[in-house]
Design a protein around this ligand. Structure first.
Ligand code: HEM
Length: 495
């Protein structure tokens, strides 16, 4: 056995060392960065909170920094000016993704991972014009209104029973159902039930965790075929579980259409219509629909619910901000009326609370990694072909050059200051920017404001006594989404 393994291992080590030496010899002209160790480069500096480690390193090496993470040159932008170079000035060059090995077959049809080519552009166009266009979202808002009413009823029941509300959990369920109502006109999970529907939730959460876990295959692509940590196999099994649920929905709808059942005009109907129209560029076959739905639930639920959990966490620790948000709601809406999506424009303080939450707790702290196929000059440095690019929006949100008293939760800083979340203002880009900007942003903005406003307008909130005494544990868990490590639980009292 040893005689078989030894030559293979020796070859591997020599190859890795060669990659390191070649790479090291070509450093000239690249952005500054930490001195790499042989073979592993600077992997040992990442730790389990890469957004924080990279922010610390950027303080030493600057807002445009390069590191060897294993065999891969990684470039990190940590200031609005540097981010703008990648996402606006050289957006076309950096609009491809660095695809994680664990994404496996999913990446072949996924909007998130497809390269910037005609098929990806055709799918983005469908998203922009058919799914997330304001008139489409308006047409389905009654479905979302019902889901939010269910949330308020559920919290009311917990309040009457004297039970604390696990904010992240109820927000997650509500976001999944808001998305599933928009796509399938039906709930895929339930606030009251941890059984069958809880499983869907568990699968989505596991996908986000597995997708965000460091994988040797991504740092040493030469080893990827072996899937040494088994992440590709694990994610493949999780995707298959989601796909079974989506297949049931698609099959039931196709049967209904065959028998002349009424149309629902939700996302599924719109996609099936587009497929019938024979749009060959987007190729809306079964595999593509499965991948699209996986993307929408994966990218849409955890990100939005985590924003809500952090917003409530900050408000519960900042009584003055909580009072201002509730006073604004009482004046503009009144606690007897339910909130409409069209009310959001009239709630500037609430909008400022959400922006301040995005600044301190961006759900996707390093954005989704980009990749370049050609050498490109940025700020006088060469970004070599094949580099993986991270935009550290977490570091940008806490930079004292841009934000006075950056660690303080202060929604007021956004009052009277127009910050365009649609990628027009590089100081705050929680949804990214440029061609790859989050296509679900219009839905996410409606969901987050609507849920937060409804929770604040119908209840007063307090922390459990013990947490009030000891302080809220603010630890973060790094994955595809930056979530709260210790769930926030709080008591609600109906107004
Ligand atoms: C608070 C909520 C959300 C945040 C903060 C967020 C953030 C992001 C970010 C940072 C990206 C990468 C952008 C880039 O590379 O520049 C992204 C991409 C994406 N998001 Fe969102 N997102 C949210 C909600 C949603 C929702 C609700 C959906 C759909 C239901 C969605 C679907 C997507 C998709 C499909 C992509 C990939 C786009 C592409 O690569 O072309 N997101 N999102």
């Amino acid at each position: 056995m040893a005689s078989v393994l030894f030559p293979w291992l020796a070859w591997l080590l020599v190859s890795l060392a060669a990659v390191y030496l070649l790479g090291h010899g070509r450093r000239r002209g690249r952005p500054p960065g930490p001195r790499p160790l042989p073979v592993i480069g600077s992997l040992h500096l990442l730790g389990n909170q890469p957004h924080r480690s990279l922010a610390r390193l950027a303080k030493v090496h600057g807002p445009l920094m390069s590191l060897h993470l294993g065999a891969v040159t990684t470039v990190v932008a940590s200031s609005p000016a540097a981010a703008q170079e990648f996402l606006q000035r050289h957006d076309a060059v950096f609009s491809n993704r660095s695809v994680p090995d664990a994404a496996g077959d999913h990446s072949r049809n996924s909007l998130v991972w497809l390269p910037n080519a005609p098929r990806w552009r055709a799918l983005r166009k469908i998203m922009g014009t058919e799914l997330f266009a304001p008139h489409r979202l308006d047409a389905l808002q009654h479905l979302r209104r019902d889901k939010v009413r269910e949330l308020v009823d559920h919290v009311g029941r917990l309040a009457r029973r004297g039970e604390a509300v696990n904010i992240g959990r109820v927000a997650f369920t509500t976001c999944v159902n808001l998305i599933s109502c928009t796509i399938f006109s039906r709930d895929l999970t339930s606030l009251d039930d941890d059984g069958g529907s809880g499983e869907f939730q568990e699968v989505v959460t596991d996908i986000m965790e597995a997708g965000g876990s460091p994988n040797i295959s991504d740092f040493f692509p030469a080893l990827a075929a072996a899937d040494l940590q088994g992440w590709r196999r694990r994610l493949g099994r999780l995707f298959a579980r989601l796909h079974r649920t989506f297949d049931e929905e698609i099959d039931a709808r196709l049967r209904g259409r065959e028998t002349g059942g009424p149309k629902k005009n939700d996302f599924l109907d719109l996609l099936l219509d587009a497929a019938e129209d024979g749009d060959n560029t987007a190729r809306l076959d079964r595999d593509t629909l499965r991948s699209l739905f996986t993307d929408l639930f994966g990218a849409g639920s955890d990100t939005s619910s985590s924003t809500l959990e952090w917003a409530m966490t900050e408000l519960l620790q900042s009584p003055a901000s909580m009072t201002k948000a509730c006073d604004e709601l009482a004046t503009v809406i009144g606690s007897k009326r339910s909130i409409e999506e069209s009310d959001i424009d009239r709630l500037p303080y609430l909008q400022a609370v959400v922006k301040e939450t995005f600044r301190l707790h961006p759900p996707v702290p390093l954005l989704i990694p980009r990749h370049t196929k050609v050498d490109t000059k940025i700020m006088g440095y060469t970004i070599p072909q094949g580099s993986r690019v991270f935009i550290n929006v977490w570091a940008m949100g806490r930079d004292k050059e841009t934000w006075p008293e950056p660690k303080k939760f202060m929604p007021e800083r956004f009052l009277g200051r127009t910050v365009d979340l649609r990628g027009g203002d590089f100081d705050l880009i929680p949804f990214g920017a440029g061609r790859r900007i989050c296509p679900g942003m219009p839905l996410a903005i409606r969901m987050v404001h609507l849920i937060l406003a409804s929770l604040l307008n119908q209840f007063t909130w307090r922390l459990p006594d013990e947490v009030e005494r000891n302080g809220v544990d603010m630890a973060e868990k790094f994955g595809v989404t930056l979530t709260k490590a210790v769930p926030l639980c709080a008591f609600a009292t109906p107004l």
